[in-house]
Design a protein around this ligand. Structure first.
Ligand code: UT7
Length: 315
């Protein structure tokens, strides 16, 4: 199978910022607890923006950065659990807003916080069979619409945002070597479907999910490295799903990753689920921390339960 590389990234976040201090007026919490337990200081919530407007802005920025026109796109996937409408999908709305060719497969993908990685792998498979070799992969969430404001254990965590990547598939490029997994569980992390009789909020057994993440991340990283016949020292950069700074710190310590080789933006955005990894990738590209040829190990985990890792390169 021919592999994909990232040509360009883009991102969009709502203007409205919710600080830890703001949350202390809503639930019994404080800045010290939130910062020390999670690393989060601020998160952005939609107030006027929509899921569609965020995904369109991020996708347009990624296309511009990649120098790719909508007519060159062969497939479009939006990883999300909070689209404006279940039907039409967020990806179909992107097709309309961007003017993607009507023979482009466009669909949403739900793998919660691992969604962007699942989507990258799916895109690699799709582009191998597509006459057009550019793909648009978006991670977008409006989690502020599914927050339970009576639950201080979760309401402090989540933010809205979108990140997008234009990828290219070329003969001879190595596969991203995605390692993906799932284990059905509707208790640790749950967002009910429509009209189930449950209120449409996210609920989470935080400590248990923390434990799951701390176990699955190293396992996943080792599998990706083993498959690529590489060690952690061969990797140029590491990108982790931004769910909790302490989870990232534990992984970094375990693999002895130096500070210049990983990045956190959880302090600014909180946990944005499927948008978290592409938000990091987009900031890294703007900061010049990743360039063509650099090998980035990306790891995600989340509801489902789901997890995944892959080795990605920028073109
Ligand atoms: O992206 C998908 C994957 N999600 C994750 O990876 C999330 C993983 N889990 C976590 O990040 C952490 O478990 C949380 C940040 C959600 C919670 O941190 P924790 O260290 O596991 O805290 P806890 O739930 O065990 O609660 C400890 C204490 C409790 O008080 P008592 O029972 O010890 O008196 C909570 O009631 O902290 C209390 N607490 C709070 N206090 C102030 C819980 N939330 C808050 C709060 N402010 N917001």
């Amino acid at each position: 199978m021919n592999g994909i590389k990232i040509r360009g990234t883009g991102r969009a976040v709502p203007e409205k910022v919710i600080t830890n201090q703001d949350l202390a007026h809503i639930v019994e919490t404080n800045d010290e607890w939130i910062t020390s337990r999670t690393g989060i200081r601020r998160r952005h919530h939609c107030a006027g923006e929509t899921h569609t407007s965020l995904s369109v802005s991020a996708a347009k920025a990624a296309l511009a950065r990649a120098g790719v026109s909508p007519g060159q796109v062969g497939a479009c996937i939006v990883a999300t659990v909070t689209a404006d409408t279940l039907v039409p999908s967020a990806a179909c709305l992107l097709q309309r807003e961007l003017g993607l060719p009507t023979d482009t497969p466009c669909f949403d993908l739900n793998a919660a916080c691992t969604g962007f990685l699942y989507a990258l792998h799916t895109m690699e498979c799709l582009l191998n069979a597509s006459p057009r070799k550019f793909g648009l992969v978006v991670g977008c969430e409006q989690l502020s619409r599914v927050i339970n404001w009576a639950d201080r254990g979760t309401c402090i965590l989540f933010g809205d945002g979108a990140g997008a990547a234009v990828v290219e598939c070329r003969e001879g490029w190595p596969s991203i070597g995605a390692v993906l997994g799932s284990q059905g569980d509707d208790e640790l992390l749950r967002l009910p479907g429509i009209e189930t009789g449950e209120r449409g909020f996210i609920s989470m057994e935080g400590t248990k999910v923390f434990k799951f993440a701390v176990e699955v991340i190293p396992r996943c990283m080792e599998q990706v490295l083993e498959q690529a016949h590489m060690t952690a020292a061969d990797v140029d950069f590491f990108v982790f799903h931004q769910a909790n700074a302490r989870i990232i710190d534990l992984a970094v310590r375990k693999f002895r990753i130096p500070p210049e080789k990983y990045y956190k933006n959880i302090q600014e955005y909180g946990n944005t689920s499927a948008a978290s990894i592409p938000l990091v990738l987009s900031e890294l590209q703007d900061l010049g921390k990743v360039d063509s040829g650099s090998r980035t190990l990306v790891v995600g985990f989340g509801g489902g339960l789901t997890w995944g890792g892959a080795l990605i390169e920028f073109a």
